[in-house]
Design a protein around this ligand. Structure first.
Ligand SMILES: CC(C)(COP(=O)(O)OP(=O)(O)OC[C@H]1O[C@@H](n2cnc3c(N)ncnc32)[C@H](O)[C@@H]1O)[C@@H](O)C(=O)NCCC(=O)NCCS
Ligand SMILES: Nc1ncnc2c1ncn2[C@@H]1O[C@H](COP(=O)(O)OP(=O)(O)OP(=O)(O)O)[C@@H](O)[C@H]1O
Length: 235
């Protein structure tokens, strides 16, 4: 099965692309949704967050105070890394199960929607990396509008991730979301056609020549490792 990694910068339009794909019945594994599920009341991750950050990040009903935790981690690299260390392993595990579930149900491909696909290194495991791009200024404007946040808050969130100009260097496919939502829909339709074609071929080949399935997984990993070395050398 072809696993596509979909990413972008905050508010470049990754979730919008993901929703358009979902509307076309493309199977989606959404890391943001999973990241919320793994910190629900009673989960081991929430207990660890409480231990690390104190009761001040909990709401009176015992749930996570996301606004409070966000104000801490988007202004402090050490605290953000600490939170990532608690949440990311649980997210990865749940994502893997969902991908397996789609594979068992016979899907030819699925899309993993992961904001930190590049930063977390998961891009190396994806058969194709799709990055949703728009300019820094448009990104900031959309972020402020969507979250009704101050420019200062929006900038600190932006600075918590690799700049979008760096993320596009890891992309096999870049979706330019600088235009209207109608234009974005057209880009997504093109993307779906491309994915259907590519996944269709690898699916047929892996049935014709069974070892090709595992071999293509090994090939993906090998190719991504080479790509990673090249990117590291460029930086
Ligand atoms: C800090 C939290 C509670 C803030 O919650 P909030 O509801 O305000 O934001 P939400 O979860 O909807 O995230 C919005 C966007 O912020 C960005 N973002 C979230 N967490 C991080 C992070 N640790 N580092 C950089 N960017 C992040 C992503 O682009 C994400 O799409 C939450 O983002 C969180 O638990 N983050 C850690 C888990 C994580 O890394 N999630 C991202 C997907 S794995
Ligand atoms: N082409 C577009 N034209 C106008 N607004 C857009 C366009 N694409 C997305 N938006 C808007 O920009 C905002 C950010 O988009 P979206 O939530 O999809 O970003 P994201 O990359 O998923 O962000 P995050 O990483 O925070 O989840 C949303 O309010 C969305 O409606």
């Amino acid at each position: 099965m072809l696993v596509i990694g979909l990413t972008g910068g905050i508010a470049t339009g990754k979730s919008t692309v993901s929703s358009l794909l979902k509307a076309s019945n493309i199977p989606i594994v959404d890391a943001d949704v999973i990241a919320r599920q793994v910190v629900e009341p009673g989960t081991p991750a929430l207990a660890k967050i409480r231990k690390a950050f104190g009761d001040e990040v909990l709401l009176p009903n015992g749930g996570l105070d996301r606004k409070k935790l966000g104000s801490i981690i988007f202004n402090d690299d050490t605290k953000r890394r600490q939170l990532n260390k608690i949440v990311h392993p649980a997210v990865r595990k749940a994502m893997l199960w969902q991908v397996l579930g789609f594979w068992l149900r016979g899907y030819k491909y699925c899309v993993m929607d992961v904001p930190l696909l590049i930063e977390g290194g998961l891009w190396q495991w994806a058969g194709l990396v799709v990055v949703v791009y728009c300019s820094d200024s448009l990104q900031l404007q959309r972020l402020i509008e969507r979250d009704s946040s101050s420019e200062e808050d929006a900038r600190s969130r932006l600075n918590s991730q690799l700049p979008i100009s760096e993320k596009v260097q890891y992309a096999d496919i870049v979706i330019d979301n600088s235009g209207s939502k109608q234009e974005l829909q057209a880009h997504v339709d093109d993307l779906i056609r491309r994915l259907e074609k590519q996944a269709g071929w690898s699916w047929r080949l892996s049935w014709l020549i069974p070892p090709l399935g595992p071999l293509s997984a090994v090939w993906t990993l090998f190719w991504r490792r080479i790509a990673r070395r090249r990117k590291a050398a460029q930086r």
